[in-house]
Each structure stands twice: as structure tokens, then as C-alpha cells.
Design a protein around this ligand. Structure first.
Ligand code: DGI
Ligand code: FE
Ligand code: FE
Length: 205
């Protein structure tokens, strides 16, 4: 399936693909919009390989960074009024943009599919449990063709064999990266790391 064949209308949202792209493009600088399109392309490839719902993965990718460049004060207002974890407000837009992006996916784009909303919500830190759609977005955001950090080739190799191995790699490397940069780690990030490492250790016993 090519991207232009994706319609969405009536399946996940009444918005057309063109209208979604136009709205997303308005929210961010051109370089980030290009990142979004690359995440979508990578998500579609992973979805086809692992048997995930292609249109749902495409839609989650297009909307995943919707709020990334929004004013942190407006995001904070949504976090508090929606009863989300207020600790998220202490990390600028980094932690809030996933959950706030999911809020816009629901309220602005009318998406009710919990797998799509959860994928957007969890895309930065992952989750103790993730759906297939959630894992596809989590990995595609990390390995899309424009990413060039040390370790991305290893992540791409892992993703060719196992979404779980790639997800664990991202979770572990993100913690290491944050520690090296002396950045504060959100409690949710540590919680997700603990749940994945416990499962991994459990597996090898
Ligand atoms: O939005 P993107 O840049 O495409 O990617 P993303 O949503 O995965 O965001 C990645 C950023 O979030 C990256 O710079 C690391 C940061 N991040 C993830 N977990 C934490 C965090 N930053 C802090 N300070 N604490 C965290 O726990
Ligand atoms: Fe993001
Ligand atoms: Fe992203």
C-alpha cells in the first residue's frame, strides 16, 4: 500500500489525509515536519513487516509530535485540567508532548481508537505494556532514516528481527543518554525501564 492510498476517512477519523498533513505542518518547523513524514514511512514498513494495522500506524506517526513545539504553558494547562501526571510539567515539552499530542488526536482529530491514542501518548518513554501499534511508533521514531546518532545502526538491525529487542535497546540507551547528559529522569521513564529489565532478566533465568 502506498501512502497516497491511505484514506482514514470513516475508519479512524473523518479527517482526510491532506487535511491532517496541512494541520500537522502548521504546528512545527519544516525540519520536524520532514521527521514526521519519515517516521510515517518507517512505521508503514514496520507495520507491513510485523502485521500491524498500516493505516493506524500511519495516523499515529503523523500525529505523534503534534504538540512538540507547542508552548509549554499551554501544554501544562492541558496536563493539569485533564488530570495527567503533574510531574510531567517539570521537563519542558519533552515528556508532555506525547500525552498532550494524544489529547489533540482525540479532541481535534476525533480519534477514539485507544491503540492509536496510546501509541502517541507513550511514544517518548514507552510503556510497561505496549500494543503492536505502540511498538511500531516507538521504534520508527527512533530509527527513521534521518536519525544519525551512535547506535542507530544497531537499533535498525535489532528492529529487523524483533520489535521487543529494539524497544528494550531504545529504553536502555535513553536512560544511559540522560545520565551521561546529567538530565533529570522522569519517574515514568524509570518505571518503564524497570518493567522491561525485569522481564528481560526473567526471560534468561
Ligand atoms: O519528539 P522526538 O524528538 O522525535 O523524540 P521523542 O519524543 O522520543 O523525544 C526524545 C527526547 O525526550 C530526547 O531528547 C530525550 C527526552 N527524554 C525522554 N525521556 C526523558 C527525556 N528527557 C528527560 N529530561 N527525562 C526523561 O525521562
Ligand atoms: Fe516525540
Ligand atoms: Fe518524533
Amino acid at each position: 500500500m502506498t501512502k497516497t492510498e491511505l484514506a482514514y476517512t470513516g475508519i479512524y477519523t473523518d479527517w482526510t489525509r491532506e487535511a491532517i498533513l496541512a494541520e500537522v505542518e502548521k504546528q512545527m518547523k519544516p525540519s520536524r515536519f520532514q521527521h514526521v513524514l519519515r517516521v510515517e514511512a518507517c512505521s508503514i514498513q514496520l507495520a507491513e513487516k510485523y502485521g500491524a494495522a498500516v493505516e493506524a500506524c500511519s495516523l499515529a506517526a503523523l500525529l505523534h509530535d503534534f504538540s512538540k513545539e507547542h508552548d509549554p504553558e499551554s501544554m501544562k494547562a492541558i496536563v493539569l485540567s485533564e488530570g495527567m501526571d503533574s510531574e510531567m510539567t517539570g521537563y519542558g515539552s519533552e515528556i508532555m508532548h506525547g500525552p498532550v499530542g494524544a489529547y489533540y488526536a482525540k479532541t481535534l482529530f476525533g480519534i477514539t481508537d485507544e491503540a492509536i491514542l496510546g501509541a502517541i501518548r507513550q511514544h517518548t518513554i514507552g510503556g510497561e505494556t505496549m500494543t503492536l501499534i505502540g511498538k511500531v511508533l516507538f521504534i520508527a521514531d527512533y530509527i527513521e532514516s534521518g536519525r544519525a546518532f551512535k547506535g542507530v545502526d544497531e537499533a535498525r538491525r535489532l528492529a529487523a528481527d524483533s520489535l521487543d529487542e529494539a524497544a528494550y535497546f531504545k529504553i536502555e540507551k535513553t536512560i544511559i543518554h540522560l545520565v551521561k547528559k546529567e538530565l533529570p529522569i522522569y519517574t515514568g521513564t524509570i518505571y518503564v525501564y524497570n518493567s522491561w529489565i525485569q522481564r528481560k532478566v526473567g526471560k534468561s533465568e
